[in-house]
Design a protein around this ligand. Structure first.
Ligand code: ZN
Length: 327
């Protein structure tokens, strides 16, 4: 368990008489259920993490996950301090955002997670897909806080995405918009976990980077740490592997921009820690492939700024906003 800060006093928490709760002034809880851990944070209205802690995920024991969420909620303040709870989860959610169709990591199938968490915690709960929640965090408080439309790609083991248009998170008609890792960039290309061939994720993820780097270096023992080291030393094979990933991202972005026309493209996830070494070739590849040359404005490409806290901060903010709307 990690924990930092004690949280500041929450003077305007739950009203006692008939007075109305002012959600613009209270903290909210953000939870992020991943495959290995559940992160929780008490988040201020300005998107600051005031306190955080985590519990291991118990993928085969969904009831244990609800226990862990409850523990985190109580430890970070409970009902009196946290009148809204946002839950980010790595899963396909329905468009109504109350139920999970499928989670690759956790034994939940057609599971009404929102009702289950609401019953446990006794406060309003908002569910969101984890990549969307992280995108919302960057949109509200991070790399895209000064624009109204954004496309975010999270380059980790896989590739996640989020789209914000005119200040609204795009969830789609069935709840599964912005699965950007599964945009096909190489017809007939590498087989993807989703069953298709040539998905962006197969060329633009941390997994792809590692595969290509090992091939180029002729060394199967290369780890993430040694690859980072090689990149810092500007090892030509490591740099070439990173450029391959950047070019794939650039080509993916070109197709995505044709659909969504964002003002800013945010690149996050573990691979983004390569910084400008990754970003510059992405920009180059994007410039080389997008149409209409200099006859139109072009989205700028920026690194995510919120790191691992984007998901919990975004989830907390979505919860606060929705509860305020319904109040
Ligand atoms: Zn795919």
């Amino acid at each position: 368990m990690t924990r930092s800060g004690l949280g500041r006093p929450n003077h305007s928490a739950r009203p006692t008489g008939g007075e109305r709760l002012d959600l613009s002034a209270v903290d909210a809880l953000g939870l992020d259920i991943g495959g290995t851990k559940i992160a929780g944070a008490r988040v201020s209205p300005d998107g600051d993490v005031l306190a955080h802690l985590s519990r291991p995920t118990t993928p085969d024991n969904p009831e244990g996950i609800l226990d862990a969420l409850t523990e985190i909620f109580l430890e970070l303040g409970g009902q009196d301090a946290l009148p809204a709870v946002g839950v980010a989860v790595a899963a396909f959610l329905n468009a109504e955002r109350d139920s999970i169709f499928f989670s690759p990591n956790i034994a939940w199938r057609d599971f009404p997670l929102k009702a289950a968490v609401t019953e446990r915690l006794g406060v309003p709960v908002v569910l969101e897909n984890d990549a969307n929640a992280a995108g919302w965090g960057e949109f509200r408080f991070g790399a895209a806080r000064d624009v109204t439309s954004m496309l975010m790609l999270t380059i980790g083991t896989g590739v996640g995405g989020a789209l914000v248009d005119d200040g609204r998170l795009l969830v789609g008609g069935f709840g599964m918009a912005a699965e950007l890792g599964h945009v096909i960039i190489e017809p007939g290309g590498l087989l993807c976990g989703c069953g298709n061939r040539g998905c962006l994720e197969q060329y633009a993820s941390g997994t792809a980077l590692m595969r290509d780097a090992r091939e180029r270096l002729g060394d199967d023992s290369v780890t993430q740490a040694t690859l980072t080291e090689l990149l810092l030393q500007k090892n030509p094979d490591a740099v070439a592997a990173l450029h391959g990933v950047a070019q794939a991202i650039g080509r993916g972005i070109t197709s995505l921009v044709a659909v969504t026309d964002p003002q800013r493209i945010v690149i996050g996830g573990g691979v983004a820690s390569a910084g400008e070494l990754l970003l510059e070739p992405i920009r180059e590849s994007f410039r080389d492939t997008y149409g209409a040359g200099n006859k139109r404005p072009i989205a700028d490409i920026a690194l995510a700024t919120m790191g691992n806290s984007a998901g919990v901060v975004g989830a907390a903010d979505l919860a606060r906003a929705q509860v305020a709307r319904e109040a």
